[in-house]
Ligand binder design. Structure first.
Ligand SMILES: [Zn+2]
Length: 168
């Protein structure tokens, strides 16, 4: 049941990412400008964010606060985590830049079509992690093959380092 929810949110956030990126590209190239006062992209964020927070709590309840994102995204391949941080960083940088420079009236309206992508992206990755986490946790072993806790870097039994993640 909860996996179905995760898959639904995964699809919705994928659709959200696609919509944001399309509208952003159309806006930047002036092919189609989203009329102002159409905040449906932000509305969608609330729809996916609530179940994301709930499922993220399940993923991270056995972990410390400082490992929150590491734990939440542990089921994702590392390229996915890297992409998420790069995209989030770029959008934040754009946002700060436009706030500082204040180019023209209304600033840079395309930003509002790309900004929600950070939420949809995070949601997508957490959901992907959620549906793959069992396999990740089961396969996390040291170089000598002992099962070790999900985020542990060394084996408690023999001290050997964790084996490289096979999903990468
Ligand atoms: Zn070991």
């Amino acid at each position: 049941m909860i996996r179905i929810l995760a898959y639904v949110v995964l699809l919705l956030s994928a659709a959200g990412i696609f919509l944001c990126v399309s509208l952003f590209l159309l806006g930047v190239t002036s092919i189609y400008l989203l009329p102002e006062g159409k905040p449906f992209l932000f509305f969608g964020v609330f729809v996916v964010w609530l179940p994301t927070v709930l499922l993220m709590n399940r993923l991270t309840r056995d972990f410390k606060q400082k490992d929150l994102w590491k734990a939440a995204l542990r089921g994702c391949p590392s390229w996915m985590r890297t992409t998420l941080w790069v995209v989030t960083g770029s959008v934040m940088a754009l946002f700060i830049l436009s706030a500082v420079s204040r180019t023209g009236p209304g600033g840079f309206p395309q930003l509002f079509t790309i900004f929600p992508v950070t939420f949809y992206g995070a949601s997508f990755c957490v959901m992907y992690s959620f549906v793959h986490v069992d396999r990740f946790d089961a396969s996390h072993r040291c170089l000598n093959g002992h099962a070790i806790p999900p985020l542990a870097k060394f084996c408690e039994e023999c001290g050997a380092p964790a084996a490289p993640d096979p999903t990468i």
